[in-house]
Design a protein around this ligand. Structure first.
Ligand code: PLP
Length: 231
């Protein structure tokens, strides 16, 4: 089931790349495994997946311990400052930085751990009250301020587009994220490497790739629907 799903996702990614005239190697598929058991992650692993995304610190650190060591882990969910210490240095990329206190805490913990932590700035691209992320107008100033922190490296931007039935409805949001991305490249501070746009989920990753996504975060499309324990 998971292997078949992955095959379909891979085909979709390849056709979106082709349509956009992009190389498949320019897009990283992140398998979003939140709420799923380690046995499911192992199925994806055995089908070749080495990049996983989780949105809760406890679940992420548990799975890091239980899974093979050659996996690249991504923290894609909202992150509280007091939990930063558990993941800095253990994840390749933190996708969800949207306030200075959080960035400063990551900087502090990364210094202690002797690493430079890669991060993305999360943008609230559709100005939704229910979502985290920086206001579109604040991203540039925020970038300039956070760039001064020596132990964090801002690799780019992330957004969570609205839930829609027709992915075309999100195309303009992806175009807008790319515009902000280009703005940031133009003010890029020395030595920084800004090359990541994390956008597109199960419902809209093909459109996101057509508009320049370099990372897509696909959960349901790989692992099936999530069951949240409401007990
Ligand atoms: C859950 C989640 C995803 C994956 O969502 P699907 O619609 O299941 O593909 C992607 N990004 C973030 C930040 C998530 O929390």
């Amino acid at each position: 089931m998971i292997a078949e799903n992955l095959k379909l996702v891979e085909e979709n990614i390849q056709s979106a790349c082709k349509k956009a005239g992009r190389n498949r190697s320019d897009v990283t598929l992140i398998a979003v495994s939140k709420t799923k058991p380690v046995s499911d992650l192992m199925e994806a692993y055995n089908a070749g997946i080495r990049v996983f995304g989780e949105n809760k610190v406890q679940e992420l650190t548990d799975k890091i311990e239980k899974m093979p060591k050659d996996i690249h882990w991504h923290m894609i969910g909202h992150l509280q400052r007091n939990k930063v210490k558990y993941i800095v240095g253990k994840v390749d990329l933190i996708h969800s930085v949207d306030n200075e206190e959080l960035a400063e805490e990551i900087n502090k913990r990364a210094e202690k751990a002797g690493v430079i932590q890669d991060i993305l700035l999360e943008v609230n691209i559709a100005d939704e009250d229910t979502k985290f992320g920086l206001n579109k107008d604040k991203v540039k100033d925020f970038y300039v301020n956070i760039s001064k922190l020596p132990y964090v490296n801002i690799r780019g931007l992330m957004c969570i587009a609205p839930y829609v039935d027709n992915p075309e409805l999100n195309r303009h949001h992806f175009v807008n994220l790319r515009k902000i991305f280009v703005d940031i490249m133009n003010i890029m501070v020395d030595n920084s490497r800004v090359d990541v746009m994390s956008m597109g989920m199960t419902g809209d990753y093909q459109v996101a790739i057509e508009e320049g996504a370099t990372m897509v975060r696909v959960g349901t499309g790989i692992f099936g629907a999530r069951e949240y324990n409401t007990a």
